[in-house]
Design a protein around this ligand. Structure first.
Ligand code: EPZ
Length: 419
């Protein structure tokens, strides 16, 4: 099996350029099929999820190509085809094809989504939204069958401001007849990015990024060109990494406004971070004091940054507690960090630390995408060499990770080892 190996103890210095947002990209690619001509997404990240979504575009008789960093989708010959096996099972965001195909063809057959296990991840709010727009839904044999004679705008209240449900409902509502209002909508930057793409295709969406999104359906959506926003989670991961292992690191091509909660928390810990218009500079390996972290919906601290931050907290002095208010089971990385010498106590949706802890290189396993990132940071500061398995999790969300870290002076490489 393929593993990533890292020799710790090399202070990092230099610049890392952040790529476009994975959690925007995985919504923009399904959204593109709503157009009747070519859509160009500029700055596509080099991550495995893009390949899986491209495969699904081809399964729908669409075509895509990569020209430099432009991802070009031609949906003009699209045929509504069930997506029930293969690529559709590889990532959770496959379910965005439900909203997109419902919007385009008023019918969709999609296999149950894959993706990281972080605790129960129901899609009841997505389906509630589709039913409010007039779809009937059947679930059988691991697939979801959606069909609507007519899609008619409706007022939809989300019991929880779900990112996925907000996005999926938008993808169907842009082609519904009349006005749809999504109340208690998710406000993440990726929602705004999607609204901007759809509006440039001719949709009529107002309120993206607020908790009330108003969508007036249109008959036709045309091709366009759209630059994807930078990845605030990749950026936050590298900021935490620089705070733990940095000498001095510039994290470039970011929107600092998207990371306010993180930056404030790191300053509370005593991390030396300077903020500029499109980058930050972090001076790492300071004496940090432990703080409590609580994740919440945007603009609060992102749950996707909780796991990298737990690793940083292992190097801080004092008692710290991390509470994940979004997912109930997102601390599996702590058991791997404890194998490296930490002593983290996990209790339900909270982890407690009393650092600092010296970390030793050993064999660890990435249990999900951001857990993998948490282990990479630990390996960079551990004594000796750490071997991380299940690296496919990391490759789903962190493009060119060896190249980026090697350019900062890390000793990181991949190897094939016996299972
Ligand atoms: C998106 O997942 C992201 N994934 C996640 O990032 C991120 O952690 C999450 O938003 C929260 O910010 C993508 O964008 C592809 P939710 P999503 O719907 O849409 C509950 C990563 O590491 N819920 O906002 O699935 C759900 O159980 C990934 O990049 C329902 O109850 O998140 C969870 O507790 C991991 N019913 C909470 O809402 C529903 O119908 C947040 O889920 C939908 C969600």
């Amino acid at each position: 099996m393929e593993v990533i190996k890292i020799e710790g103890g090399h202070p990092l210095r230099g610049t890392v350029r952040i790529d476009s947002a994975k959690n925007s990209t995985v919504a923009l690619i399904p959204a593109a099929i709503l157009a009747d001509s070519t859509v160009v997404l500029e700055g596509i990240p080099n991550i495995v999820d893009v390949k899986h979504l491209g495969t699904m575009i081809e399964q729908l008789n669409g075509t895509y190509s990569l020209e430099g960093e432009d991802f070009i989708i031609d949906p003009s010959q699209l045929k509504n085809t069930p997506l029930v096996e293969g690529a559709v099972t590889k990532l959770r965001a496959s379910y965005y094809f439900m909203g997109a195909l419902l919007g385009k063809f008023k019918e969709a057959v999609i296999g149950m989504p894959g993706g990281c296990y972080l605790g129960p991840r129901p899609i009841d709010l997505h389906l509630k939204g589709f039913e409010a727009l007039g779809a009937t839904i059947k679930q059988e044999a691991g697939a979801i069958y959606l069909k609507a004679e007519r899609l008619v705008g409706a007022s939809i209240y989300l019991d929880f401001p779900s990112v996925g449900a907000t996005i999926n409902i938008m993808l169907a509502a842009v082609r519904a007849e009349g006005l749809t209002i999504i109340e208690n909508a998710a406000k993440e930057p990726e929602i705004i990015d999607l609204a901007n793409l759809l509006n440039s295709m001719g949709a009529k969406i107002k309120g993206g990024g607020t908790d009330e999104i108003r969508i007036t359906g249109v008959d036709q959506l045309k091709g366009t060109r759209h630059a994807i926003i930078p990845d605030r989670i990749e950026a936050g991961t590298y900021i935490a990494l620089a705070a733990a292992a940095g000498d001095e690191v510039k994290i470039d091509n970011i929107i600092p406004h998207h990371l306010e909660a993180l930056i404030l928390k790191l300053r509370e810990m005593g991390v030396d971070i300077d903020v500029f218009a499109d980058h930050v500079i972090v001076r790492g390996r300071q004496n940090m004091r432990a703080v409590d972290f609580k994740t919440s919906i945007y603009p609060g601290l992102a749950t996707d940054l909780q796991q990298p931050l737990v690793t940083l907290l292992t190097q801080a002095t004092g008692f710290g507690m991390v509470t994940d208010n979004i997912y109930s089971d997102r601390f599996k990385n702590c058991y791997e960090l404890n194998k490296m010498g930490a002593d983290i106590k996990v209790n339900g949706n909270a982890a407690m630390l009393n650092g600092p802890y010296s970390l030793m290189g050993t064999r660890v396993k990435a249990t999900d995408l951001r857990a993998g990132a948490s282990l990479v940071i630990a390996a960079l500061i551990a004594d000796g060499v750490t071997e991380i398995s299940n690296v496919y999790h990391i490759d789903r969300g962190y493009s060119n990770i060896e190249e980026k870290l090697t350019n900062l002076g890390a000793k990181i490489w991949r190897e094939e080892v016996e299972e």
